[in-house]
Design a binder for this molecule. Structure first.
Ligand SMILES: NC(=O)c1ccc[n+]([C@@H]2O[C@H](COP(=O)([O-])OP(=O)(O)OC[C@H]3O[C@@H](n4cnc5c(N)ncnc54)[C@H](OP(=O)(O)O)[C@@H]3O)[C@@H](O)[C@H]2O)c1
Length: 254
């Protein structure tokens, strides 16, 4: 039977590829037949991405997304060395929690560079030339429910995710001539190191009990997010663009 999510022959670039959602994405996309290329902040993280697809070749690159100006030469080199991409997934991200009165400019700048500026820069450089990104390709960024839900300590994080969602709606207009689709995924808590850090800090707290109560369908597993990313990259969603898919375990409506 034809699998509408088959990604055979598609080459996909993934940032934050060694992280919880990133490595699940490498695993799921390879399972669907895609070729994946990984970027992460360290050799160790790139190794985690490669380990997610045993027996497959996953070329890896190291970059610190705080150095946004270094991304243009890196993306050009990645395209020269690997060929044209059909998809791009931005999973790199940080989620600092900081009381607002201690949130200085530099505390906002870091999350904006990693979560948002790097995404815009990579999309710009990738899509600038047809031999870097295919017509009809698909781009997915990891947003968060924090984009639309206000919480104390999350000013920088929420702003960076809202910026992603807003930018995607504009980039659609620039990419439509080439039928390149661009969307975000907005989860609530996902069971990765990011969530474990939160649990370490807030175990047995009212904050945690509130999450358990409100996210009543449960905390997502990284593979569930990766499945949605694969869906957005595939021909099954040929007409979905400029939108954000909520995966919040019921928080918003429950
Ligand atoms: N987990 C959740 O509950 C949740 C919920 C909603 C949205 N999200 C979003 O989903 C995305 C992935 O989250 P995750 O849970 O998979 O987090 P994760 O496991 O911490 O993965 C994030 C990845 O980004 C990399 N990274 C961090 N700083 C970087 C930098 N300066 N330059 C380049 N790469 C950098 C990390 O590398 P190192 O780990 O080696 O530092 C890691 O590989 C993030 O954008 C996050 O905001 C997560």
């Amino acid at each position: 039977m034809n699998n509408p999510m088959d990604l055979t022959g598609k080459r996909i670039l993934i940032t934050g590829a060694g992280g919880g959602i990133g490595s699940a994405t490498v695993r799921v996309l390879n399972g669907l037949g895609a070729e994946t290329v990984a970027i992460d902040i360290s050799e160790e993280a790139v190794g985690l991405a490669q380990a997610a697809a045993p027996g497959r070749s996953v070329p890896g690159y190291v970059a610190d997304f705080k150095q946004v100006e270094e991304l243009e030469p890196l993306v050009k080199r990645i395209c020269d060395e690997n060929g044209r991409f059909d998809g791009f997934v931005h999973c790199a991200g940080v989620a600092p929690m900081r009381p607002f009165k201690m949130t200085k400019y530099e505390n906002v700048l870091g999350p904006m560079q990693i979560n948002f500026f790097s995404f815009v820069e990579i999309v710009r450089v990738l899509t600038a030339k047809k031999d870097r990104f295919a017509d009809g390709g698909s781009i997915v960024a990891m947003s968060s429910i924090a984009s639309v839900h206000g919480k104390p300590t999350k000013t920088a994080y929420s702003a960076s995710k809202a910026a992603l969602d807003a930018a995607v709606r504009c980039m659609v207009c620039d990419l439509k001539k080439r039928l390149i689709r661009i969307n975000t995924v907005m989860p609530s808590w996902v069971n990765t190191a990011m969530y474990q850090k939160f649990l370490d800090k807030y175990s047995d707290s009212p904050e945690l009990r509130e999450i358990e109560e409100r996210q009543y369908m449960g905390v997502s597993e990284p593979e569930e997010i990766a499945n949605t990313i694969a869906f957005l990259l595939s021909d099954a969603t040929k007409t979905i663009t400029g939108t954000s898919i909520l995966m919040d375990g019921g928080i918003s409506q429950g």
